[in-house]
Design a binder for this molecule. Structure first.
Ligand code: FEO
Length: 396
């Protein structure tokens, strides 16, 4: 690749990963992902973050392509998760004099992952680093998405280096800046990334957004996805909405079904929702849809309807697994409905209802429980209508 100058003396030196199947070995990457890193060339040369270790060679060549034999003076570590910190040891080997800039939590992880304990430059909230014609400022953003995360701000050029915040799945197809890219796939992928990776930490995200609101930011350089400039306000607004669990007008139906009977209930509920004016309706068979996408839609839409057969006097295992993933994220304010089926003794509906109670969600309509074949068509239709009425009359 050719290093790209994205602002005066600021070069993009990140890489695209179109090989990895699962991010964190959990979340599918059909469109790939980028690990973004940035190189600021002033009187001092400053690198901001590195990349996943499998791409270290490409990354080091990108840096050399800009520096022509010069060496970076500083590496700022915004986030220690190995998709960004994985190449630090190799970078240090290539540039032994590079000072590593981070906070005390960064350095504890740096020692644990890389055994690096020297050549460190510690910063705290609001500290500045003078690099020539500009100074960089540091702001802590703990738990967005790990405890050591910090933002770097360049007040002269009004650029924020935001670590994972405002990041998204999806490799960068040629362009780097938002205006150079087809953004349509990135909106979905940004919601999915938030739901999968950052979704548990709404409070810290709100706190970080509060800090940022006092700054004049013209460009946002995240560690994943496009550099936000023309659409920076949209990126911030999306994070605002997601971290408040706002939820758009729409319904997610996620169901398990072994032989199609619970699935028929799901279809009946969906038809009733549609006939009562609801769209979009996102439907997921939990045995087929990766939870990554169900979480995306859960964060996106205001209402969730879950259905499961009873399996060994429990929920269907994939449904149980989904509930665990939702519970970890402490998703708030959803409208909830549930349904399920059994052959000789029912347990699933009771368990789904108990889940909604734990989540403190509002249950809408009557839960529908069915013995064996499709005998609950009317009750399913009523559940769909009740949810539609609740959504249509709610000031969302
Ligand atoms: Fe992209 Fe939390 O690492």
């Amino acid at each position: 690749m050719t290093p790209k100058e994205i602002a005066h003396n600021l070069f993009y030196v990140g890489v695209n990963d179109r090989q990895k199947e699962l991010f964190e070995n959990l979340w599918p990457l059909p469109l790939g992902v980028s690990y973004n890193a940035y190189l600021l060339v002033d009187e001092k040369i400053v690198l901001i973050d590195t990349v996943e270790v499998g791409y270290a060679d490409v990354f080091l060549k990108e840096i050399e392509g800009v520096l022509n034999g010069r060496a970076p003076d500083y590496l700022i570590v915004g986030h220690m998760e190995p998709d960004h910190s994985g190449s630090i040891r190799l970078l240090r080997r290539r540039y032994p004099k590079v000072q590593i800039v981070g906070n005390s939590k960064t350095f504890e992880m740096l020692e644990g992952y890389h055994g690096i304990t020297s050549g460190l430059y510690e910063v705290k909230e609001g500290d500045a680093l003078h690099i020539g014609s500009r100074e960089l400022r540091f702001y802590m953003a703990p738990m967005v998405h790990w405890p050591e995360v910090m933002f770097t701000y360049d007040p002269k050029e009004k650029i924020l280096f935001s670590a994972d915040a405002f990041g998204t799945y999806g490799a960068l197809n040629g362009g780097v800046l938002d205006a150079e890219l087809d953004l349509a796939p990135f909106r979905d992928e940004m919601i999915r990334y938030y739901a999968n990776i950052v979704g548990k930490y709404a409070g810290p995200v709100q706190k970080a957004l509060g800090k940022l609101s006092a700054m004049d930011i013209q460009t946002i350089c995240s560690t994943h996805g496009p550099v936000w400039r023309e659409y920076r306000a949209e990126a911030v607004a999306l994070y605002e909405a997601l971290s408040r669990y706002e939820g758009e007008h729409g319904v997610t139906i996620a169901y398990a079904s072994m032989y199609g009977h619970t699935e028929q209930m799901a279809e009946t509920i969906a038809r009733s929702l549609a006939e009562n004016g609801i769209k979009p309706i996102a439907m997921h068979n939990v045995s087929k849809s990766n939870a990554s996408y169900i979480l995306r839609d859960l964060f996106r839409y205001k209402a969730l309807i879950l259905g499961s057969p009873t399996y060994s006097n429990q929920l269907f295992p994939e449904m149980e697994s989904l509930l665990g993933k939702i519970e970890i994220r402490q998703v708030k304010g959803r409208l909830f409905g549930c349904f399920g089926s059994f052959t000789w003794a029912g347990a699933s509906v009771k368990r789904l209802a108990a889940f909604a109670e734990r989540m403190n969600w509002e249950t809408v309509g009557e839960p529908v429980e069915q013995k064996q074949g499709l005998s609950t068509r009317q009750a399913c239709r009523s559940l769909g209508k009740a949810m539609a009425d609740r959504l249509n009359h709610r000031n969302l």
